[in-house]
Design a protein around this ligand. Structure first.
Ligand SMILES: [Cu+2]
Length: 183
C-alpha cells in the first residue's frame, strides 16, 4: 500500500495562500502608500495636539522614482486654515523654523523625509484638535505631480515616528520650542 503524499501543487497552493493571507493581515498596520506620478509617499503621520493648540505638524516620506526633480510647494487641509512646508534648524543653539518659500525639492532617485527636528508640514489655525488615532486628510501640492491627497495618521503627543516605525531619528520635540514659536 502506498502512502499518499501531498502533491507539489497542493503544497505550493498552501504556501501561496498563506502568503496572500499574510499580506492581508499585514495591510492594516502598514503605513499608507500614495503614488502620484513618479512620487511615492509613505508614513504620513502627525502628532496629537494638546489642549487648545492652534498649530499642528505633519510628517511623511517622499520618494522620487522618476528622472526629474519635483518640488513640494505647499498644500491645504480642511482641518487647518493654512498649511506650509517648514524647515527646522538649530542656529547658535536656538531652534528656529521657517517656511520654505521655494518649496522642498525631491531629487530623482532620492528620498526626502519630513520628520521631527527637520522638514515638516505646519498646520495653522486648527479648527479642532488632532486626536490620537485620527486620520487627517490633507492635500499636498507638487510642482510636477500636482495635487496629492493623503491622510496623516495621528500618533500620541510625544511620538517620534509613525506607528511601528520605531525611533524615527528625531530627538527634538515641538514642546521644547521657544515660547515665541507657539501660537
Ligand atoms: Cu513649523
Amino acid at each position: 500500500m502506498q502512502i499518499e503524499k501531498p502533491t507539489f501543487m497542493s503544497v505550493t497552493r498552501t504556501i501561496m495562500g498563506a502568503a496572500v493571507l499574510a499580506c492581508f493581515l499585514a495591510a492594516p498596520v502598514r503605513a499608507e502608500e500614495v503614488k502620484a506620478g513618479d512620487l511615492v509617499i509613505t508614513q504620513a503621520w502627525s502628532r496629537a495636539t494638546p489642549g487648545g493648540a492652534k498649530i499642528g505638524s505633519g510628517y511623511l516620506t517622499i520618494e522620487n522614482k522618476g528622472s526629474a526633480p519635483d518640488r513640494l510647494v505647499g498644500g491645504s487641509a480642511d482641518i487647518a486654515g493654512k498649511l506650509q512646508v517648514h524647515e527646522m534648524a538649530t542656529t547658535n543653539g536656538v531652534m528656529t523654523m521657517r517656511p520654505l518659500d521655494n518649496g522642498l525639492t525631491v531629487e530623482p532617485g532620492k528620498t526626502v523625509k519630513l520628520a521631527p527636528g527637520g522638514y515638516h508640514l505646519m498646520l495653522f489655525d486648527l479648527k479642532s484638535p488632532l486626536k490620537q488615532g485620527d486620520k487627517v486628510p490633507v492635500t499636498l501640492e507638487f510642482e510636477k505631480a500636482g495635487k496629492v491627497k493623503l491622510s496623516l495618521d495621528v500618533q500620541g503627543v510625544g511620538a517620534q515616528g509613525p506607528a511601528g516605525a520605531g525611533d524615527a531619528g528625531g530627538h527634538m520635540d515641538m514642546k521644547k520650542m521657544p515660547d515665541g514659536m507657539k501660537m
